[in-house]
Each structure stands twice: as structure tokens, then as C-alpha cells.
Design a protein around this ligand. Structure first.
Ligand code: ATP
Length: 236
């Protein structure tokens, strides 16, 4: 059984059909990416999966249960966490407070402490800055914090929306390395990215989205070699 199974998903903004019936399946332990140009419908897909936008048609099953139509907080309780586009950290709160907020669905205080220490081990930069207001961090540090915060709910499935957006090349490398590390720890990841090359390089499988539809899918390595992908997304 797939961890996440999306069938014929449609999402619309009023009369604008942004997602026009897509099928995506993710197995536990996989790192799967969704690539595509600006406006293809990637963010809309993630928002619908998280209960932030209504599903107009189709089904979404997580661990065999339907989650379409559930509220976001219920979805988080099922073990799904989203790192939104543009990070969305609480800029007036400190780094440590942001991480604590990520554990809001939990009440196992001592384990939360332990997980905070783990986050600091995974992201030493955040440890150095733990008492600093999140708004004073660099873009890349805020991205790391947003990922750390999402992990604090101990998700089985993590959605990442454009984690590399607006970051300097060195930081982009670091973010992708971190994504790979998180996956290696057993968290299933669905990564939405415009940076197709790097996304495919770290993923097991990939889906290509164009104008609200999935136009290609397959093993990440074979998508990297696919002339259509190379031409449209890899600048080759
Ligand atoms: P990006 O990389 O910019 O996030 P994307 O692939 O995630 O692109 P979406 O943001 O999902 O694309 O947008 C898909 C389509 O839906 C686009 O045509 C966009 O203009 C439209 N759209 C997005 N948000 C809204 C909204 N709030 N109201 C109306 N149309 C919207």
C-alpha cells in the first residue's frame, strides 16, 4: 500500500482550473519530486493535500485513509507536515520558540526537548542562533528553521514547497543536502521544485507538471536523461 495515493485530483480557484486531474503515488521511505514551470500548479497541489484549499474532485488517501476534505490540523495529526513556499517562520519569535511551535500537537515534554537537541545537531547553525529572532536570520537559515520546525511534529510525510527559492547557490546545495539527510533518516518526502536538476539528482522518482497535468513521470535518473526534460527543464 502506498503511503500517499492521489487519484484524479482536481483543484480550482473559482472558475480557474489549476489542477486538472492528477495521479501521484508515494511509497513509504521514498523521496519524490514534483517539477514544473512557474504556474504549473505545484503549490496548488500541495495546498490541496494539506487541507488549505478545497479538493474539487478526486481522492487522496494517506496510509489507506481518505484525507481529502480534512482540516489542516487534522492532517498534521495524521503525520503530515508542510514547509510552505516562502518559509513562513514566525519572525518575532526566537529560533528555539519557532522549533517549539512545530511540536504544538505533542505534549511529551521530555521527548520534545530531545527532538530539539536533535534539530540542533542536524542544523548547528540554528543552535548558534537559538536565542535570536527568526526574522533576523538569512533566507537560507530561515529555510533550515522552517524544515526543523516541520520535523518537530515528527512527520512520516514531509511536503517541501520550493525550498531552494531565492537562495544563493551555496545555500541551495546545503538545503538539498539537508533534504537528502532528512530522507535518509526515514522521513518520506514530497519535494516541489523549480530547480529540476538538483531535485531529480536527490530524488528516487519524479513527476513533471505542466498546466495542471502530469505530463511525465518515472525514475529520477531516467527523467534526468529524458530529452524532453533536458530541453524544457535542465537548460540543455
Ligand atoms: P509557483 O512555482 O509559482 O509556485 P506553481 O506550479 O506552484 O507555481 P501554482 O501557484 O499552483 O503554480 O498556480 C497554478 C495556477 O493557479 C496558476 O495559473 C496561477 O495563476 C493560479 N493561481 C494560483 N493561486 C491562485 C489564486 N489564489 N487565485 C486564482 N488563481 C490562482
Amino acid at each position: 500500500m502506498s503511503l500517499l495515493k492521489i487519484h484524479d485530483l482536481k483543484v480550482a480557484y473559482g472558475g480557474i482550473h489549476a489542477v486538472k486531474g492528477i495521479d501521484i503515488e508515494i511509497e513509504a521511505g521514498e523521496l519524490v519530486c514534483l517539477i514544473g514551470a512557474n504556474g504549473a500548479g505545484k503549490t496548488t497541489t500541495l495546498k490541496a493535500l494539506c487541507g488549505m484549499l478545497p479538493v474539487s474532485k478526486g481522492t487522496v488517501h494517506y496510509e489507506g485513509r481518505s484525507i481529502a476534505g480534512m482540516q489542516t490540523h487534522e492532517i498534521v495529526r495524521q503525520g503530515i507536515s508542510l514547509v510552505p513556499e516562502g518559509r513562513g517562520v514566525f519572525s518575532r519569535l526566537t529560533v528555539a520558540e519557532n522549533l517549539e511551535m512545530g511540536a504544538y500537537i505533542r505534549n511529551d515534554k521530555s521527548e520534545i526537548r530531545g527532538d530539539m537537541d536533535q534539530m540542533y545537531a542536524l542544523f548547528p547553525r540554528l543552535h548558534e542562533r537559538r536565542t535570536q529572532q527568526a526574522g533576523t536570520l538569512s533566507g537560507g537559515e530561515q529555510q533550515l528553521l522552517a524544515m526543523g520546525r516541520a520535523l518537530m511534529s515528527r512527520p512520516k510525510l514531509l511536503f517541501l514547497d520550493e525550498p531552494s527559492m531565492g537562495l544563493a547557490p551555496l545555500m541551495v546545495q546545503k538545503i538539498f543536502e539537508t533534504v537528502r539527510n532528512i530522507a535518509a533518516q526515514g522521513v518520506t518526502i514530497f519535494l516541489v521544485e523549480q530547480n529540476a536538476k538538483l531535485a531529480l539528482e536527490i530524488s528516487h522518482r519524479g513527476y513533471v507538471m505542466e498546466s495542471g497535468l502530469i505530463t511525465l513521470k518515472g525514475e529520477a535518473q531516467s527523467l534526468l536523461k529524458n530529452p524532453l526534460v533536458q530541453q524544457a527543464y535542465l537548460g540543455e
